[in-house]
Design a protein around this ligand. Structure first.
Ligand SMILES: C=C(O[C@@H]1C=C(C(=O)O)C=C[C@H]1O)C(=O)O
Length: 281
């Protein structure tokens, strides 16, 4: 084969294989293993990876400012044009540690709920659990990223991501770890985020790169924890445990079952229209 084969238009049409992609990933510790060693040049020259809050990634994908993004799974279910493109994801089977609902009162008495601005999935999951278990449908407000638990006077406050792992739980009436509560309720894992597109990818190179990064990330948990933990105020040990025990990064058959069940529960609570987008990637 000639050495200039990659530039031969018959083998690699320029409009497909050479399309640079705008890729967006979540800027929390939980997503670092998914993008470990990401190399855009393996996809197409000019492919870029940027980081943001999950809710903002969802808005950017919907508006066409990103081509591929790690988005809250609730958006993948809610937006008809979204398609899951990879079996790399952010999930848990039981306690997740970084998605917590802090109650200032008995859960059955919650009237006002403040929801972390970064979240879409856990915001819906909070409503599903409160509605299903207790028949509670609270009034909702958004908790901006710059605000903490002390700034919200709601009866319950949802926090996700790194900051949810740093809170003192002692002052609260009850704290729910939503991964643990979902498992107790359904016996299933819970999927928080997955890689989605709105328009089909030009070729399989990005999907391959995302899976390569995830596998490399899972082999590098210790190094990721050492690199990231100090700036987050977490210990290396708790970060290793979080990344290797609490979180799951493969969308397997049980995770897909958990995802399908979440859609059903969202439909029952009126958060999603029946027969929404397919969840099978
Ligand atoms: C486990 C987490 O999953 C996140 C939760 C999300 C949500 O609630 O919408 C979205 C992306 C994930 O990164 C977390 O943030 O702690």
């Amino acid at each position: 084969m000639s050495t200039d084969a990659p530039h031969n238009p018959q083998q690699f049409p320029a409009e497909t294989a050479l399309t640079p992609l705008r890729v967006g990933a979540v800027n929390y510790l939980n997503s670092k293993p998914l993008v470990e060693g990401f190399d855009g040049s393996r996809v197409a020259e000019g492919t870029r990876l940027s980081f943001d809050l999950p809710s903002r990634l969802a808005d950017a994908l919907a508006a066409g400012r990103l081509d591929v993004a790690l988005v809250p799974v609730f958006e993948a279910l809610r937006q008809p044009g979204h398609k899951i493109v990879s079996d790399a994801c952010v999930a848990s089977r039981g306690p997740v540690r970084s998605v917590k609902l802090y109650f200032r009162t008995e859960p059955a008495r919650v009237r006002r709920l403040a929801l972390d601005e970064g979240s879409r999935t856990s915001a819906a999951l909070s409503r599903v659990l409160l509605g299903r278990r207790l028949g509670v449908e609270p009034e909702r407000t958004s908790l901006p990223l710059g605000s903490g638990l002390a700034d919200a006077d709601a009866d319950a406050v949802l926090l996700i991501g790194d900051r949810a792992m740093l809170q003192d739980e002692a002052p609260f009436h009850t704290v729910w770890d939503l991964g643990a509560e979902w498992l107790a309720e359904t016996g299933l894992p819970f999927v928080f985020a997955c890689w989605c597109v709105r328009t089909p990818l030009p070729d399989g190179s990005l999907v391959k790169e995302l899976e390569r990064c995830r596998d490399r990330g899972l082999d590098s948990v210790e190094a990721i924890a050492q690199r990231e933990a100090p700036a987050l105020g977490l210990t290396v040990e708790e970060s290793v445990e979080y990344l290797s025990q609490n979180l799951k990064f493969r969308l397997g058959p049980q995770e897909r079952q958990g995802l399908a069940r979440f859609r059903t529960e969202c439909e029952k609570q009126g958060l999603l229209a029946p027969n929404g987008a397919a969840v099978d990637g």
